[in-house]
Design a protein around this ligand. Structure first.
Ligand code: SF4
Length: 399
């Protein structure tokens, strides 16, 4: 029996454990699904140590000590946006355009070309929403990238952009996603999900696609046999049950399509946005949230944390609370984290540093591609001496 299994057994036999929590622990041991009410109960009553035992048991049943990361780079076409999400520290409304950027097709292709000699497997494209970045623009961008470098996996845009560009092009979601796939799109990141429930969404992100529309676009994409990720922005004005409702909707869609790969909880940061008066949650709540996500989303393979957003130490800790994917080598060309007040204002980590970070907490580092195919197993890998201080210029972002 493994240590994580021993710990779960010990917990189940603890005479002082609340009977409802004991029943949930027994379900986890028997690999049974927990209910919505049990999810809320975990948030209300589950202490960190209890949640850690359950989540780590699930994590080690699924992945052992394996901890994944990938090497990608990031293109943020613009930080100007027609929307005005209250939590967003990144975008500038069009009237503030002197503070923004908006890359042309050529400029974006120049960014792609900068990575020609780098061992990256993925380009991640996400940014603000502007009318000039329409369906034809993005279709051409995806096609141009694939023509330039066919081995680069194009992971791009969220339902926020897709809903906007399909509406503008007057086409249905199914037709739009088919067009994107034909143009070269290979997967969709998890952004734009925020909190699905309208009670919260209308207060923090009222004009962009609804929760139903977000889910519908992913469903159309999954119907094409393609994969995507999902996020949740937590720790602001939502209640615990809104988080469970969010995960419940994802779990139901995943039951139908099995198209999601990874769930990524994103911590609300309060710097330089319209919700600066809302306090941020503490690290205990971050870890509890990872653990509950691992327990609740029994049909998701992976739970990911972003070291650039939560800091290196919390990212290491998260690997004991259900997380098995810790994203990635990065440089400071992605501004989404730092502009929101993340722990790492100038995030930069070499592959070796990331591998060491994972090994320091007894986990087994594996570089993966976007679809979790193993690129390099680093467990017994010896880095060449000359590469030790080398930094790759590799930005990466949610999902
Ligand atoms: S979160 Fe996205 S859609 Fe909302 S304002 Fe920021 S860039 Fe625009």
């Amino acid at each position: 029996m493994s240590i994580s299994s021993d710990k779960l057994q010990y917990l189940i036999h603890d005479p002082n454990l609340d009977s409802d929590l004991k029943a949930i622990a027994q379900k986890v041991m028997k690999q049974e699904r927990i209910t919505f009410d049990e999810g809320v109960l975990l948030y209300e009553k589950g202490e960190l140590s209890y949640l850690g035992v359950l989540a780590n048991y699930i994590r080690e049943q699924r992945h052992g000590n394996k901890t994944y990361f990938n090497r990608n780079f990031h293109i943020e076409p613009t930080n100007l946006c027609v929307y005005d999400c209250k939590f967003c520290s990144y975008s500038r409304l069009i009237k503030q355009k002197e503070e923004g950027w908006a890359y042309t097709m050529e400029e974006m292709m120049d960014i792609v070309k900068q990575y020609d000699e780098q061992p990256v497997t993925e380009v991640h494209i996400v940014g603000g929403v502007l009318p000039q970045y329409d369906l034809d623009f993005y279709a051409n961008l995806f096609t141009n990238i694939k023509k330039h470098r066919s081995d680069l996996h194009v992971k791009a845009l969220t339902p926020v952009e897709y809903h906007y560009i399909f509406k503008k092009a007057k086409i249905e979601y199914a037709e739009g996603m088919k067009r994107m796939k034909e143009a070269g799109l290979e997967s969709i990141p998890g952004g734009g999900a925020e909190i699905f429930h309208p009670e919260i969404r209308e207060q923090i992100a009222k004009d962009k696609c609804t929760g139903e529309q977000w889910l519908a676009i992913h469903e159309e994409w999954h119907k094409l046999g393609m994969r995507s990720n999902a996020t949740m922005l937590y720790g602001h004005i939502e209640s615990f049950w809104h988080r469970v409702d969010h995960m419940e909707q994802l779990r139901r869609l995943q039951d139908r399509t099995v198209g999601f790969q990874t769930f990524i909880p994103l911590k609300f940061r309060n710097q330089d946005n319209q919700m600066s008066d809302v306090p941020e949650v503490n690290v205990i709540e971050d870890l509890r949230n990872y653990a509950i996500a691992r327990i609740y989303l029994d049909n998701f393979d992976h739970i990911k944390s972003y070291w650039a957003m939560i800091g290196r130490n919390t990212a290491q800790l998260s690997l004991a609370f259900g997380v098995d994917d810790i994203d990635g080598t990065i440089d400071d060309t992605t501004k989404i984290y730092s502009m929101a007040g993340s722990e790492e204002q100038n995030p930069a980590m070499s592959t070796k540093e990331l591998v060491d970070l994972i090994k320091q907490v007894g986990r087994h580092p594996i570089e993966r591609d976007t679809l979790y195919k193993v690129v390099q197993d680093y467990q017994d890998y010896e880095f060449p001496e000359e590469n030790k201080p080398k930094y790759y210029a590799l930005p990466v972002i949610n999902s």
